[in-house]
Design a protein around this ligand. Structure first.
Ligand code: NDP
Ligand code: MG
Length: 380
């Protein structure tokens, strides 16, 4: 039996994780955590009978506790509750699928408690990778990628522990605005932005995909997960999202992982690594792939990707500024309070304003997040 803590259970990755758990009788969800979607959490709790459910918002947690009274399932709240869900003694692996930097503390506490981490929550690695990776090594736990590109790279690297890597080739779909000019990008709507050509995901990551900020975050995520310098990470646009990423080795050999786009593959692999298990995905139809083409992204139009490389190379708290500004700006865009291209303007502004810290400790990561939000609040 594999005991799993699912953080972000009600989201896109969380619900797909639960569908993987449903189909594998030797997987058990021992805790579920979310922000406030208690209608779905109640259903999930009744179906999966975890020991513990964590609801971040206190009032919502109280309501759910009343609703679940007949089940005996414990309901906790706040950051303390989220951490409790992550460090539950019976959990072996924590599936980290909350969105944003809220995932940092529970991830760190879970590693300290000796849990393996299957991580979708890229913002945590981008902002605290320099603290998390040493901790992972110290505690001897596994850090398993769930993001599809990183899962692909991880799969390509399997069995290659002694092989030098020449390049990581991170693929991008290009998003709904691939091929747009700067001028066209200025006029896109929220509705157009939320319509991703290949994937159905949470809103924040869907906006990030359209701006290519997601790819920028993924470059930083790859840097931390695989210990590869930024000079060796390249992004290629592959509009069908069939090639999930590639690794080029020192002898010129390139390995790639391909499949129909479906996050369950990456989720399942993280939970069964180093083995594979059957999954009901359709086979690739290679006749339909005859137009498969890879191109270089236009970083003049999609400046977010270029800025992400700069922030990543600068290191210190720059990735935190980049990420926190993006989280802030995307929330504004989703609320209808700002335009699409202002997301990148805000990131640039924050990076020019926030004082640089070379090796931020955890408190300084959060302080940087606060300062970034305050600087952007003053801007409007
Ligand atoms: P969603 O927006 O669909 O889901 C987010 C989840 O996080 C929800 O369960 C939400 O709860 C929960 N959450 C938000 N805030 C808190 C909080 N304060 N405390 C506890 N739980 C909280 O996001 P996705 O599933 O799309 O993405 C999750 C992560 O995975 C992101 O980092 C994303 O970049 C990454 N990712 C996603 C992919 C995808 O296909 N969706 C692909 C690759 C990576 P509630 O529902 O109550 O608000
Ligand atoms: Mg991805």
């Amino acid at each position: 039996m594999k005991h799993i803590a699912v953080l972000g259970a009600t989201g896109s990755i969380g619900t797909q994780t639960l569908s993987v758990i449903r189909e594998n009788p030797d997987f058990k969800a021992v805790s579920l955590a979310a922000n406030r979607n208690i209608d779905l959490l109640e259903k999930q709790a009744r179906e999966f009978t975890p020991e513990l459910v964590a609801v971040y918002e206190e009032d919502a947690a109280k309501t759910l506790a009343v609703r679940l009274k007949d089940t005996g399932i414990r309901v906790v709240s706040g950051m303390e509750g989220l951490i409790e869900a992550a460090v539950l003694p019976s959990a072996e692996v924590v599936l980290g699928a909350v969105v944003g930097m809220i995932g940092i503390r529970p991830t760190i506490e879970a590693i300290k408690a000796g849990k393996d981490i299957a991580i979708a929550n890229k913002e945590t690695l981008v902002t605290a990778g320099h603290l998390i990776l040493p901790l992972v090594r110290e505690k001897g736990v596994r850090l398993l990628p769930v993001d599809s590109e990183h899962s692909a790279i991880f799969q390509c690297l399997h069995g290659e522990e002694r092989s030098p890597v020449r390049r990581i080739l991170l693929t991008a779909s290009g998003g709904p605005f691939y091929g747009y000019t700067k001028e066209q990008l200025r006029h896109v709507t929220l509705e157009e932005t939320l319509h991703h050509p290949n994937w159905s995901m949470g809103k924040k990551v869907t906006v990030d995909s359209a701006s290519l900020v997601n790819k920028g975050l993924e470059v930083m995520e790859a840097h931390w997960l695989f210990g590869v310098p930024y000079e060796k990470i390249e992004v290629l646009v592959e509009p069908t999202s069939t090639i999930h990423s590639m690794v080029e080795f020192a002898d010129g050999a390139v390995k790639a992982e391909l499949s129909v786009p479906d996050m369950r593959l990456a989720i399942l692999y993280a939970l069964t690594y180093p083995a594979r298990r059957p999954l009901s995905l359709p086979s690739l139809d290679f006749n339909k792939l005859k137009d498969l083409r890879l191109r270089t992204p236009d970083t003049d139009v999609f400046r977010g990707l270029k800025i992400a490389y700069e922030a990543g190379k600068k290191g210190g708290n720059a990735p935190t500024v980049f990420n926190a500004a993006n989280e802030y700006a995307v929330a504004k865009f989703l609320n209808g309070e700002s335009g699409f291209t202002e997301i990148i303007d805000r990131i640039e502004y924050a990076l020019s304003r926030i004082r640089y810290i070379e090796a931020p400790i955890l408190e300084e990561v959060f302080e940087t997040e606060r300062e970034t939000r305050e600087a952007l609040n003053c801007l409007k």
